[in-house]
Design a protein around this ligand. Sequence first.
Ligand code: ZN
Ligand code: ZN
Length: 365
Amino acid sequence: MKKIGTRDEAAARRAALRDRLGAEKLQAILVTSTVNVRYLTGFTGSNSLLLLTADEERLFTDPRYTTQSAEEASCEITIVKKGPLLGEAIARIKKAKIRKLGFEKSHISYESHAKLTEELPASVKLTPLDGWVEEARLVKSASEIERIQESVVTNSLAFDRALRRVRPKMTESELAAELDYQQRKLGAEGTAFATIVASGAHSALPHAHPRHEAIGLNRLLLVDMGAQQRGYMSDMTRTVVVGKASRRMRQLYSAVLEAQLAAIDAVRPGVLCAEVDRRARITLRRHGLDKQFIHSTGHGLGLEIHEPPRLGRTEVRTLTPGMVITIEPGVYLPGEGGIRIEDTVLVTETGCDVLTPTPKDLLVI
Ligand code: ZN
Ligand code: ZN
């Protein structure tokens, strides 16, 4: 396969989006999500807009990013020296005599939308677009998969290194800091989300915040972490025991692992996302634990930690090769503790590849 560089790839993505504009009888699209701008241009700055018309591809940013935008973006660039970027974009839209403009309905503020309506001529028709770029981002290219893989490896290595330093007296916060530090040392730009470290009963909260409290002995210890590397995310949860694991802990753990493996087993092209979720749920039901599984089985990830598709009961999307998703069933028993096991998984032509290399047998340290 020909390896496409990021610049060419961004240009191809813009071309595909402009083709769609033509097909849907729009003359331009204003991209307001900075993540989508990054996907379409390569520009990583925090203040940006992208205007795509039949004969123009223009990125708007501010003077802080003059050098960076020229290095990263493969399209025309306007550095807006004064006022909001949107003012300049509106001037371009008027100049190009655009009559039908699409905008990203989930990524525009009320204020910006009002500005568009007020400052553009009344003859300009504004069309809300629902996740056009997100749709394109669903299936990852070879270079994106490579980056996700890199991020996954960093994440797992950081987990290994930090875990070697775990002691019962260490606090949840200290372990979270150690995990984050190791990720950075291994090449991550940062974490994909705030690292979760939760010990004992605290692990019954699926999105627990690390506390300044000791991890302790003979308790469940849940770690949910992700790296961001070259823009791409990874996501993994492991539940371990420091000290000795009780029979009950082992039983719960093996039920969750069985559910996770059953869900992974269902991952292949053409399968409904809801079906993958169902597999995890029916496995837990057999163990009498389905009521304790209080979230969906997984989510897509890429430039963002949560992207479509959602692997939940009501998701009607089907899996396609190139999608990267998480599989993360869990059970949560208030007052007792929680167990979750999560891997990052790539949908392939024939099934799937579990990208996460970290073992899943119950780790007792
Ligand atoms: Zn996670
Ligand atoms: Zn996740």
